[in-house]
Design a protein around this ligand. Structure first.
Ligand code: SF4
Ligand code: SF4
Length: 158
């Protein structure tokens, strides 16, 4: 289906085994990959400080060892395809996304929550920000039912 629409769905990711189980999500932030195009890249694999990402062969899809992953977010910042995210259900629901716009976001900012197609699906608050190679890695609180939908944020117009 994503081959036709260009946008992968939560259901397709689930069927590819790319969604961590709820038991892992409630233990804390964990990386998820939506890198499904089988491109020759392994930047995330090289950058992961605990070797939790494995890319088989030249064009393999990255697979993440969710038990090994510490949720540090480095892979979110280094991925050139903006295809890495963190999900967290340990204290409410939170999604971590890459952000490369100006002005920079800060903790406490209100942002619009965007789905994979760029549609506004709600509003959230920035709860953590750090930077990797000039890319901001931004964690936002989200309603739990949007955990598998929010994959970008936009500064809310005020
Ligand atoms: S979040 Fe950190 S530990 Fe987890 S896969 Fe990404 S780089 Fe590795
Ligand atoms: S760095 Fe990004 S684009 Fe490259 S393999 Fe990892 S997830 Fe895919």
């Amino acid at each position: 289906m994503f081959r036709r629409s260009g946008v992968v769905s939560a259901g397709e990711l689930e069927s590819m085994g790319l969604v961590p189980p709820r038991e892992r999500l409630i233990r804390g932030a964990v990386a998820v990959t939506e890198c499904i195009e089988e491109i020759p890249c392994n930047v995330c694999e090289s950058a992961c400080p605990v070797k939790a990402i494995r890319v088989e062969g030249l064009r393999g899809r990255p697979r993440i060892d969710w038990d090994r992953c510490t949720g540090c977010g480095v892979c979110v910042g280094v991925c050139p395809g903006q295809a890495m995210f963190l999900l967290d259900l340990s204290r409410g629901a939170a999604v971590t996304v890459p952000y490369e716009f100006l002005p920079r976001l800060r903790r406490g900012d209100t942002v619009e929550l965007l789905d994979r197609e760029g549609r506004v699906v709600g509003e959230g608050t920035v709860i953590r920000v750090f930077e990797v190679n000039k890319t901001q890695v931004v964690t936002v609180s989200v309603p739990e039912n949007l955990l598998m939908e929010v994959r970008a944020v936009r500064r809310a117009a005020r």
